[in-house]
Design a protein around this ligand. Structure first.
Ligand code: HTL
Ligand code: MG
Length: 623
């Protein structure tokens, strides 16, 4: 592919040297480049394909870095990275040491915010606009938010403040009628009733004047009727909040977008530009299955195919268990905040729509709706990623834990998650859950234990969190639930000079680490709260040293719980706490992050050596 236009573009300033007539061709080059980069697999393809023309138009009309373009979530910003001087590094995206998969302030002056979680762009833009006005500056603030991200409470609450303060900004609503799954919600339903204003395309010819005049009229606050433009409805959710509304317009007509943006740029106060785009635009397979192509596996650019990427995962084990549980008891309800695919719930949602709720990207609603269900006799299971439950923390405390409601949290992607990096690592949940009274925390070592814990959690009083990592796990036959004694730990390797207490991934590594060591025990510390006080006391009385291993921050996590317990009971073995260090770990492959943290087998062995453990030489293979 000959990237003759793109070759000359190393910054938005270079882009502005092109003629408007060149922009469709440039967009095609950017699009082909995104496809090429994403063919490596594991990258956010479809979202970035959908924003190509929008990206080109925004950078053509506005002047980054003076003007601030804020990409919500940041997963659709590959084109933005390409056009803002990072073209040559794009092949490093999401690799260790390479570019982030999202926008990141420390990565480029053109990245206005550091993101990964959805729905933050509007409040951030609001703050920037207020700061600008407070300091007498005049740059433009342009948050770009997807229809999925707009389902988040934070985004909606920010609109309320923006409409109230009337700060000048341009909110671009990038509406492709998709989140990762099909988008949900009443507002999304309303958007579908709107038609793209085709007649606008005639602006290129004779209509330009008229459009210019009508946009001009929008400036006039007195003319209420002119406050919505293009929208056939006189009121919509935005105008109701005192935001000027323009749209919906075709998000793939780059020349039209440029024309429109240039006009809107002159308007004061807050304006919403509703842009209709197609997720996966320009790549046939991605347009027809944007769910798969949201983040596809490796593919061939010339003949892109879908492949089953991950084998059997912890998420699948959870989803399969829930299908069986719902068949056995009718009082269970599964809730996901917009993560049906990632949480292993595709089949569940299809089989049990009457027991399934997708709240959109609204973790707070997911948790508090679960509280409401629990108050009325339903057993809710909130399927949620560790990193996204951070959004639901107050709801967990205030709405669930105080009344000791039996809400089950199935916490997926616990631990470091790899290439998505610090915004997505789930390394705080053991700490932030452990400090909440009434919450019990379980960490399964395998799929059978997960199933047993899920089943038993529905019989508990009070909230239960079950956390498991990203990645694959051995499947278990349907009907198998194991024999779990709730609240107890399990000795897996005997030895009492030094005992390693491992949770989850940490346990897996501990089992590997003790090979060839003598008198080092390994315990499956599968309950982090409450701890197995009986077994821990026994161990602490006999062992010279205890090592705790967890895929969670060392601050206030499982190791912290053990140390607190020992101090409270005046038990004094030496203790080493291994876990994720107290700094934000960058993106890298999971094993590499575990090695950096020193919780992999080699790291545990090094710790054992500092405690004087010698390892038998590895057996030499006979020829
Ligand atoms: N919850 C929160 C708070 N943040 C994120 N990022 C997610 C969940 C997971 N997530 C994404 S991208 C995405 C979700 C739900 C869909 C966003 O839809 P939107 O954009 O319409 O805003 P689109 O893909 O262009 O259609 C990631 O983690 C990357
Ligand atoms: Mg969308």
């Amino acid at each position: 592919m000959n990237n003759k236009l793109l070759e000359g573009v190393d910054s938005p300033a270079d882009l502005k040297k092109l003629s408007v007539e060149d922009l469709p061709a440039l967009s095609q080059e950017v699009r082909q480049e995104i496809i090429r980069i994403c063919s490596r697999g594991g990258l956010h393809l479809a979202s970035s394909l959908g924003t190509v023309e929008l990206t080109v138009a925004l950078h053509y009309v506005f002047s980054s870095p003076t003007d601030r373009i804020l990409w919500d979530v940041g997963h659709q910003a590959y084109g933005h990275k390409i056009l803002t001087g990072r073209k040559a590094q794009m092949d490093t995206i999401k690799k260790e040491g390479g570019l982030s998969g999202f926008t990141k302030v420390s990565e480029s002056v053109h990245d206005a915010i550091t993101v990964g979680h959805a729905s933050t762009s509007l409040a951030n833009a609001f703050g920037m606009a207020l700061a600008r006005d407070a300091q007498g500056e005049s740059f433009h603030v342009i948050p770009v938010i997807g229809d999925g991200a707009l389902t988040g409470g934070m985004a909606l609450a920010a609109l309320n403040s923006i409409g109230y303060k009337q700060s000048k900004m341009l909110i671009v609503l990038n509406d492709n009628d998709m989140s990762i799954s099909e988008n949900v919600g009443a507002m999304n339903g309303y958007f579908r009733t709107l038609q793209v204003q085709k007649w606008f395309q005639s602006a290129e010819k004779g209509g330009k004047k008229l459009v210019g005049k009508l946009l001009g009229d929008l400036v006039s606050r007195a003319k209420d009727a002119a406050r919505t433009f293009f929208d056939p409805h006189s009121k919509n959710p935005f105008t109701a909040m005192n935001l000027r509304y323009v749209g919906p317009v075709d998000g793939h007509n780059v020349k039209e977008l440029v024309y429109l943006l240039e006009k809107i740029k002159e308007l004061d106060g807050p304006t919403v530009l509703h842009v209709i785009t197609r997720k996966g635009k320009g790549m046939e397979v991605a347009e027809s299955n944007p769910i798969y192509w949201h983040s596809p596996s490796k593919f061939d650019v010339d003949s892109p195919l879908e492949v089953n990427k991950k084998g059997y995962t912890w998420s699948n084990a959870f989803g399969d268990a829930m299908i069986e549980i719902v068949a056995q008891r009718k009082d269970v309800y599964v809730i996901t905040p917009a993560m049906r695919e990632g949480s292993g719930l595709v089949e569940f949602a299809a089989k049990h729509p009457e027991r399934y709720l997708d709240t959109g990207i609204a973790e707070e609603v997911a948790v508090t709706a679960a509280a409401g269900m629990a108050l009325r006799g339903i057993k809710p299971v909130v399927a949620i990623y560790s990193t996204f439950l951070q959004r639901g923390f107050d709801q967990l405390v205030h709405d669930v834990a105080i009344e000791n409601l039996n809400v089950v949290f199935a916490i997926d992607r616990a631990g470091v998650v790899g290439a998505d990096g610090p915004t997505h690592h789930g390394v705080f949940d053991l700490s932030y859950l452990r400090l909440v009274p009434n919450v019990q925390i379980a960490v399964p070592k395998d799929a059978l234990e997960l199933r047993g814990m899920l089943k038993a959690s529905l019989e508990q009083t009070g909230p239960v969190a079950i956390r498991y990592p990203r990645g694959s796990v051995q499947p278990v036959a349907a009907g198998e639930w194991g024999k779990l004694e709730w609240g107890t730990w399990e000795r897996l390797v005997s030895g009492d000079d030094i005992v390693i207490l491992g949770t989850g991934k940490g346990l897996e590594y501990a089992l590997e680490a003790v090979q060839g060591a003598s008198n080092v025990g390994v315990v499956n510390a599968r309950f982090v709260k409450p701890l197995d006080a009986v077994m821990l006391t026994q161990i602490a009385r006999s062992a010279r040293a205890i090592i705790t291993v967890e895929d969670n921050t060392v601050v206030g996590g499982f190791g912290g719980a053990v140390v607190e317990f020992l101090a409270a009971h005046d038990l004094k073995p030496e203790v080493r706490v291994l876990g994720i260090p107290d700094h934000f770990m960058d993106h890298a492959e999971i094993p590499s992050l575990h090695a950096q943290a020193g919780i992999d087998a080699a790291g545990i062995r090094r710790t054992l050596e500092t405690l004087g453990v010698a390892f038998a030489a590895a057996p030499v293979a006979a020829d």
